[in-house]
Design a protein around this ligand. Structure first.
Ligand code: NAP
Ligand code: GDP
Length: 317
C-alpha cells in the first residue's frame, strides 16, 4: 500500500522523462508515481487542474510543467511565457493548497536572476534586480513561484519549495530549431548538416557566452532527493560546479566530436548572444550532498547525441 502519491506535472518533458526512467528502475513500494502531460490536463485551466488533481489525490507534487524555450523563442514570445506560466503556477499551487498536498517542489531556473549582478549568483539573489530583457516574461512568472511559496507558507503553513536548475539537456529534449535550447538545437542542426553531406556547422551568436549544463539524469536524481529529504521553503540551486562552466564554442566542439564531424564550425554573429553568463554557486547543494557525482559533460553529450540518432523519427522536432 503506497504511503505517498507523487504527482509530476510536465511528466512528458525533458526532466519529467528523466525522473520517470529512474523511477521505473528503482522506486520503493511506499511511493506511487503519476506523470502528467498536457494531454491529461491543461494546467492553464483551473477547473481541469482541480479535477485532475482530485483524481490522483497526490500527497507530493513535483511541478515541472511550463512553457519552456531557448533564447530565440523567449525573445519573440515574452507575453506568452509570462501569461501561460503565471496561470499554470497559480493554478497548481492553489489546487495543492486546497487538497492539502504535503509538499510541492516547483522549478525555477538560473536564467531568471538579475541581469546586473555579482557572481556567482546564489539562492538569496532571485529578486535582487530586473532579469535580462530577452526572457523577462518567463523570469517574472518563475519568480512568482518563490513569492507564492512564501505566502502559502506564512498564511497557511504549506510546505511549498522550489529548485533552481542551470541549463538542462538530455534524451527527450525539444529538438525544434525555432524553440529549442542551445544543446538540442545544435544537435538537431548538426544531424541535418551531416545527413545532407554539409561541411559547415553554423552556431548562432559569437560562441563566447558561458553556461553551466546539467545532464537531465543527474538532475532527476537530485529532484528525487529534494522531494524525499529537502525541508526548506527557500529554493536550492541544482547545478554543476562553477568550474564546469563552458563557452557556447566549447559546447559546439563537444557536439561536433560526439558526431565525429570534421567540417568547419562557423559563428553567426548577426544572431543574439543573450545573457553573457549566469554563473551559479552550488555551495548550498554541496553542503547537503558533498559527494554527489555529476556525469562528465562529454559522456552526457555522447549519450544525448546517440539517443537523438536512434530516436530522431519520434523525437520532438
Ligand atoms: P519541456 O521538455 O518543454 O516539458 C514541458 C512540460 O510541461 C511537458 O511535459 C508539457 O506537456 C508540459 N506543459 C506545458 N504546458 C502545459 C500546460 N498548459 N498544461 C499541462 N502541461 C503543460 O520542459 P523541461 O525542459 O522538461 O522543463 C521542465 C521544468 O524545468 C520547467 O519548469 C522549466 O522552466 C524548468 N527548467 C528547464 C531548464 C532547461 O534547460 N530545459 C532549465 C531550468 C529550468 P506536453 O509534453 O504534453 O506538451
Ligand atoms: P539561455 O541559456 O537561457 O540563454 O538559453 P539557450 O539554451 O537558448 O542558450 C543560448 C545561447 O546559445 C546564446 O548565447 C545563443 O546565442 C547560443 N546559441 C547558439 N546556437 C543556438 C541555437 O541553435 N539555439 C539556441 N537556443 N541558442 C543557440
Amino acid at each position: 500500500m503506497p504511503g505517498k502519491v507523487i504527482l509530476v506535472t510536465g511528466g512528458s518533458g525533458l526532466i519529467g522523462k528523466a525522473i520517470e526512467s529512474l523511477i521505473l528502475s528503482d522506486s520503493p513500494q511506499s511511493e506511487e508515481w503519476v506523470f502528467l502531460s498536457s494531454n491529461d490536463c491543461n494546467l492553464c485551466d483551473l477547473e481541469a487542474t482541480r479535477r485532475t488533481f482530485n483524481t490522483y489525490k497526490p500527497t507530493h507534487v513535483i511541478h515541472l510543467a511550463a512553457m519552456v524555450g531557448g533564447l530565440f523563442h523567449n525573445l519573440a514570445h515574452n507575453l506568452d511565457f509570462l501569461r501561460k506560466n503565471l496561470h499554470i503556477n497559480d493554478n497548481v499551487l492553489q489546487i495543492c493548497y486546497e487538497l492539502g498536498v504535503e509538499k510541492v517542489v516547483s522549478c525555477l531556473s538560473t536564467c531568471i536572476f538579475p541581469d546586473k549582478t555579482s557572481y556567482p549568483i546564489d539562492e538569496t539573489m532571485v529578486h535582487s534586480g530586473p532579469p535580462h530583457s530577452s526572457n523577462f516574461g518567463y523570469s517574472y512568472a518563475k519568480r512568482f513561484i518563490d513569492i507564492a511559496n512564501h505566502a502559502y507558507h506564512e498564511q497557511h503553513g504549506c510546505n511549498f519549495t522550489s529548485i533552481i536548475p542551470c541549463n538542462v539537456f538530455g534524451p527527450n529534449d525539444n529538438f525544434n530549431l525555432e524553440s529549442s535550447h542551445v544543446i538540442p538545437g545544435l544537435i538537431r542542426k548538426l544531424y541535418d548538416v551531416i545527413e545532407s553531406d554539409g561541411r559547415e556547422f553554423t552556431v548562432m551568436g559569437s560562441g563566447k557566452p558561458l553556461r553551466q549544463f546539467i545532464y537531465s539524469h543527474d538532475l532527476a536524481r537530485l529532484i528525487i532527493w529534494v522531494v524525499r529529504h529537502y525541508e526548506e521553503i527557500e529554493p536550492i540551486m541544482l547545478t554543476v560546479d562553477e568550474k564546469a562552466e563552458l563557452t557556447i564554442q566549447e559546447v559546439s566542439e563537444h557536439i561536433a566530436k560526439a558526431f565525429n564531424f570534421k567540417g568547419e564550425i562557423v559563428f553567426d554573429t548577426t544572431k543574439a548572444d543573450g545573457q553573457y553568463k549566469k554563473t551559479a554557486s552550488n555551495a548550498k547543494l554541496r553542503g547537503y550532498l558533498p559527494d554527489f557525482e555529476f556525469t562528465p559533460f562529454d559522456v552526457a553529450i555522447q549519450q544525448t547525441v546517440d539517443w537523438f540518432k536512434a530516436n530522431h523519427k519520434t523525437a520532438r522536432l
